[in-house]
Design a protein around this ligand. Structure first.
Ligand code: G1P
Length: 289
């Protein structure tokens, strides 16, 4: 099994970040100095993926513009000798081969993924949710690809979450295979604490086999009246091997305000241009809190 392609669903309406996301796609909000979606693309690229499909909708064209060349701006930067800015602007456009397809109706994550069938064809592929930003030494999707290839299985990225928080996620039934890797035998979407299988929740990263598409085509609406990817994954894990990887890294949900602010602070503290300044700023500020 070799994973060469990635799919990034980015067709959500961004209702948890209004009013900021009324006209700016949530994936285009700046996290320090880059839009959120660029971190996701960079994670995939750092894991060796070259072809990426973004599932968009009619209000997200700022994303395709961002990954395009911008001759007028580049000429101006060149003339002004702004080499660093010029190379950053160019780098974003040259990161990967990026493809787009629109999800014409908002029918849920599973429905969005089913739009990727023609792009994916008959090979395994990675899925990276546009809201979930990872900070890790080794790309989180790379950790999943390694396990998927080793076990010739599909893979989901998991971490433990508090029992009170499980109803925001999907919960998986696991049995250990090796350190940080489990076999998956069941799962459910947005369970109550009484319904959950374990505290291991899927957090935005998947490696799927193309078997998922036939399952998604037959999938009936689940939680929230939407076609849920988790429901289709449940069928998949009952039929074929699936592993869960308790990945190394910190995950931020940038689709809500607190997660977005946590990511902004942590990434700013690490950024060469802002880290030392922000540390000093926060130290001074802490006296007044
Ligand atoms: C989605 C998935 C859910 C997963 C979560 C975090 O939910 O449906 O299974 O646990 O992302 O990655 P959402 O955040 O879109 O409600």
């Amino acid at each position: 099994m070799k994973v060469r392609k990635a799919v990034i669903p980015a067709a959500g309406l961004g209702t948890r970040m209004l009013p900021a996301t009324k006209t700016v796609p949530k994936e285009m909000l700046p996290l320090v100095d880059k839009p959120v979606i660029q971190y996701i693309i960079e994670e995939a690229v750092n894991a060796g993926i070259e072809d990426i499909l973004i599932i968009t909708n009619r209000s997200k064209s700022a994303m395709d513009d961002y990954f395009d060349y911008y001759p007028e701006l580049e000429t101006r930067l060149n003339q002004a000798g702004k080499d660093k800015e010029l190379s950053e602007v160019r780098r974003a456009a040259d990161l990967a081969n990026i493809f787009y397809v629109r999800q014409k109706e908002t029918k849920g994550l599973g429905h969005a993924i089913s739009r990727a069938r023609r792009f994916v064809g008959d090979e395994p592929f990675a899925v990276l949710l546009g809201d979930d930003i990872m900070r890790s030494d080794k790309p989180v999707i790379g950790q999943l690809i390694e396990a998927a290839e080793k076990y010739d299985a599909s893979a989901v990225g998991v971490q433990t979450v508090a029992t009170e928080a499980i109803s925001k996620y999907s919960s998986v039934k696991v049995s250990p295979l090796e350190e940080r890797v489990f076999s998956v035998s069941d799962m459910n979407e947005k369970p109550t604490p009484a319904e959950m299988f374990s505290n291991y929740a899927i957090l935005g990263r998947y490696v799927l086999t193309p078997d998922i598409f036939d399952i998604l085509d037959r999938q009936t609406p689940g939680y929230g009246g939407e076609i849920q990817l988790t429901d289709a994954l449940r069928t998949l894990c009952l039929q074929k091997p699936m592993v869960a990887v308790d990945f190394e890294g910190r995950r931020y949900d940038t689709g809500n305000l607190r997660g977005f602010l946590e990511a902004t602070i942590d990434f700013s503290l690490e950024h060469p241009e802002t880290g030392a300044w922000l540390r000093e700023f926060l130290k001074n500020k802490s006296h007044t809190l």
